[in-house]
Design a protein around this ligand. Sequence first.
Ligand SMILES: C[S@@+](CC[C@H](N)C(=O)[O-])C[C@H]1O[C@@H](n2cnc3c(N)ncnc32)[C@H](O)[C@@H]1O
Length: 268
Amino acid sequence: MELQLGDVQTTALIPLAIKANETMSRKPRIKDPKAVEIIKALNIDTDQYDKFMSHEGVVARTIMLDRQLKGIIKKAPDTVVVNVGAGFDNRFPRVDNGRIYWFDLDLPDAIAARKKAFPDQDRVTMIAGNALENGWCDQVRAVLAGRKTKPVFIAEGLFMYFTMDQIKTFLNVLKNNFPEGGTLIAEQNCKMMQKNEKYHDTVKSTNAHFVSGTDSGQEIADLTDGIRLVEEHSFNEVMKRYSIRGKLFALLLPKMNNRWATFKWGQD
Ligand SMILES: C[S@@+](CC[C@H](N)C(=O)[O-])C[C@H]1O[C@@H](n2cnc3c(N)ncnc32)[C@H](O)[C@@H]1O
């Protein structure tokens, strides 16, 4: 498989390489056989994309978001999920209950690459589109129309590549196109990480740049009327369980790690 990806789109190779290596490890904490298949087909050297802190962060964020989504789906079995900036993520089979509907949204070159690796599946649609524009929303609204449920949007490894203005635009796209309300679960990175991006252990191997950061999800909620922060959890909560380095990082630099922030708009 050959890939032609833009700078930010290339960052999708980081979680892909990490999930493949974790799956092939002796005691995998997460399993993603598709990632193994893609990494083998691409024949890329994963070393540059898989370093300790990024590895532990991706494992923690995967465990946390899988758990949160499973909880949401248990309460609302017909949930429609939009995976915004999906890259090569393969979360659908891990959380599927046989009823949910799933969209993988990414930029056209990323979706072209994804389509080479992922077959068409029931209740899953890949959309080539820009999250910052309205174009992709009609397809999601069409599926929502047949289901009495509010949409859930996940943004894993995305917001740091958007400026705060772009994040505001994205929030307005969600609010304007899904006025009945919804949930957004978005990964946040801190301002210090944005400033020190050249020291990031894996993103420094790409040409992508962190262009924003927050110290609280409230800074995101404050960008747009009607968006409220519901909860926020540092990846440290899970990462510290697995290694002394993870424990020390959580203890010495508690605010440095990325977080999952959950936002809602409209009525609950
Ligand atoms: C670090 S990767 C994360 C991939 C995936 N979420 C994961 O965690 O494995 C960031 C992804 O965001 C996508 N992306 C960046 N800007 C985007 C935009 N404006 N609209 C849709 N996707 C975008 C990139 O193409 C890339 O696939």
